[in-house]
Design a protein. Structure first.
Length: 156
């Protein structure tokens, strides 16, 4: 395990999109991390938890930091299940494109554009299915607003 004193860096990196939060819709933040709504995606209710310090791997965090982050990941997942009623939730931390610790928490429905494949897979939907999916996401908007409000209310 990497200790705090041997971490690669904790300062923001100018070329890291997760260090620059200017364009984010931040729902919740603490000194250690923030939870953001991911806009411009067909996957309604998708949020990202971003560790504030610029570290690449979960093992760069101390055990208490890891626990804090994962506790919040599981809280967000539980809120998504409670408020959105998806068929499945994808929880992922890849970091291949952006080497900065962050977790994706993505509600999925059997009728979404890529189900059961990953969200970055090509859509399998016909125009009719796309229209039905848009109608479904429109109907979910009040629940997504409730999700965002619930996330804002998570105790620090």
């Amino acid at each position: 395990m990497t200790t705090a004193s041997s971490r690669p860096t904790t300062a923001g990196q100018p070329d890291c999109p997760l260090c620059d939060k200017q364009l984010e819709n931040t729902l919740w933040e603490s000194p250690q991390l923030r939870i953001i709504h991911v806009p411009d995606t067909p996957f309604i209710g998708y949020v990202r938890l971003v560790w504030r310090a610029h570290v690449a791997e979960m093992s760069d965090l101390s055990a208490p930091e890891q626990q804090t982050l994962m506790h919040l990941v599981f809280q967000v997942e539980a809120l998504q299940r409670q408020l959105l009623h998806p068929d499945k939730i994808n929880v992922a931390s890849l970091g291949n494109q952006v080497a900065h610790v962050h977790w994706h928490v993505i509600p999925r429905w059997r009728t979404d554009p890529c189900f059961p494949d990953a969200i970055w897979a090509p859509s399998k939907q016909t125009p009719e299915h796309q229209a039905a999916w848009q109608s479904h996401t429109d109907a979910l908007q009040p629940r997504v607003h409730a999700l965002h409000e619930a996330i804002r209310q998570i105790p620090h």
